[in-house]
Design a protein. Structure first.
Length: 185
């Protein structure tokens, strides 16, 4: 969600928070009937207040229309990578590319678990994001370099798609067997 959308949503929510709070206070009798009638009389008797209320109402109405339109818009996420050759078109799903990357990365020594995301880039390449859980015994720079190399090689070899970047994120480190034994004893 863009910053402008978040700002609009915040203002919209704030207005409805205030309206619902006032409505609740009126419903439970916090405001006396005389105060409510005096307030509405002031609104109708003062043109400046009338215009202010009218402008606020129009802004709320426009924000409502904006959010209704936004709710029906869907962001097109490419679920396939299209590759054209002299014989025709080949569509490879992002899931298939993620499986290739996952299979390649699990072969690296020291990787205990992983999650892979693949996203297409503008220049007909892909970026791979791999979150790994390592064993704590193998050096992390060694693991990440091996993953980057093997994932790039496997995707380019098997799918024929250029990999622009392989992000490796170490999300957690497991405890080594020696440390587990020391704690048990």
């Amino acid at each position: 969600m863009r910053v402008v959308d978040r700002l609009f949503l915040f203002l919209y929510s704030l207005v409805f928070l205030i309206v619902s709070l006032v409505g609740f206070l009126v419903a439970v009798g916090f405001f006396k009937y005389r105060i409510i009638t005096e307030f509405t009389y002031r609104i109708y008797s003062n043109y400046q207040i009338q215009w202010t209320v009218a402008v606020i109402s129009i802004v709320i109405f426009l924000l409502s229309i904006y959010f209704i339109v936004k709710s029906f818009q869907t962001k097109q996420v490419a679920s396939f990578f299209n590759k054209t050759s002299e014989h025709g078109e080949v569509r490879i799903s992002m899931e298939a590319l993620e499986n290739i990357a996952s299979k390649a990365a699990t072969k690296v020594k020291g990787v205990k678990d992983l999650k892979v995301r693949v996203r297409p880039e503008e220049n007909e390449t892909i970026t791979t994001i791999i979150k790994i859980y390592v064993d704590g015994e193998t050096p992390i720079p060694q693991i990440s370099e091996e993953i980057q190399e093997i994932v790039k090689q496997q995707i380019e070899h098997i799918a024929g798609i250029q990999v622009s970047y392989v992000h490796v994120i170490v999300s957690n480190i497991g405890q080594s067997n020696a440390a587990k034994k020391a704690r048990i004893e």
